[in-house]
Write a protein that binds this ligand. Sequence first.
Ligand code: NAD
Ligand code: DAU
Length: 331
Amino acid sequence: MKVLVTGGAGFIGSNFVLRAREVRRDWQLTVLDALTYAANRASLDPVAEQVEFVEGSIADADLVYSLVAEHDVVVHFAAESHNDNSLDNPWPFMESNIIGTYRLLEAVRRHGKRLHHISTDEVYGDLELDDPQRFTESTPVNPSSPYSASKASADLLVRAWIRSFGISATISNCSNNYGPRQHVEKFIPRQITGIIQGVKPKLYGTGANVRDWIHVDDHNDAVIAIIERGRLGETYLIGADGELNNREIIALILELTGKPADWFEHVNDRPGHDLRYAIDSSKLRAETGWAPRYQDIRAGLRQTIDWYAANEAWWQPAKAATEQVYARLGR
Ligand code: NAD
Ligand code: DAU
């Protein structure tokens, strides 16, 4: 099977490529990535000889049409992915997340190919801390930020192309990923790499906000399960029952790095900051048999901390510029 992976030089996409090389050795993989600030070519170094790499944008119709024509399946990770950036400058989110997805949809329609679209639980908005409900596939979309609105827009385009044009597609909406090769702008790597440099973790607002954490390998195993066993036209929520608030995550990171429990600082909150995400993944589990392998967040964080400690050359070049952006935003 020839698989085109968009955004394969980013966090989840590169881990997908590495994982697929391990568990699906008969897949022929091509990565299409625009190499934005969020990409890191070094993530693909271990498979450089076995994976074709094309630098380019999913918004480039000619490039997308010709690449899709040569592949059987498109796994679509490429996106602008950071909420804080979308609040600062929304345009790249519109171009990559909405127009880029539109280009891919037209290409899979024209060439009759299979698409799996990667999305986020943020399209459903947020929950109260004490709400017994979790997000399901039938929760109405209600996004809060320009990022999540652009992802909800892309999801709606995919649903429309399924219904109106009968394309062969599936969608997955996953919760917050953690693990190796995540950009240092994101919550967990920002704190781990800060601690390595002697800087205190930064907590937005009160830190009561809850995220439903999942290891990136569990997310990618679920994506493989949906490609192979998901029903065409369906949406699947991916989550590993990993709800923790941001204070609890910082406490775990401080404990695992041997720092005092109060060694962190409060910074400005994110405007419109979603309070809580929580995923009910029963449909995915029942239909595909998928279950998360990393159920101990402490062990997953230990592995992640060790990876950043051992791979300073991977993240160091992006760290100073990332912190300059945060300094400008007061976060
Ligand atoms: P990331 O920012 O680490 O990587 C995104 C990759 O896409 C980068 O390599 C970037 O260069 C590439 N890209 C961006 N615009 C492009 C364009 N126009 N053309 C081609 N390539 C382009 O993001 P991530 O965290 O790996 O997220 C991957 C996908 O998973 C996104 O669609 C995101 O919405 C979704 N998602 C992320 C999470 C999470 O916790 N990180 C959770 C659920 C869903
Ligand atoms: O839920 C899935 C989403 O998870 C994905 O769609 C996004 O692409 C991904 O970036 C992530 O979005 P969040 O906004 O939840 O992730 P982020 O890592 O930016 O922040 C996680 C939480 O930590 C959030 O409540 C904000 C908070 N935070 C973040 C940073 C960077 C802090 O308290 N301090 C920080 O320094």
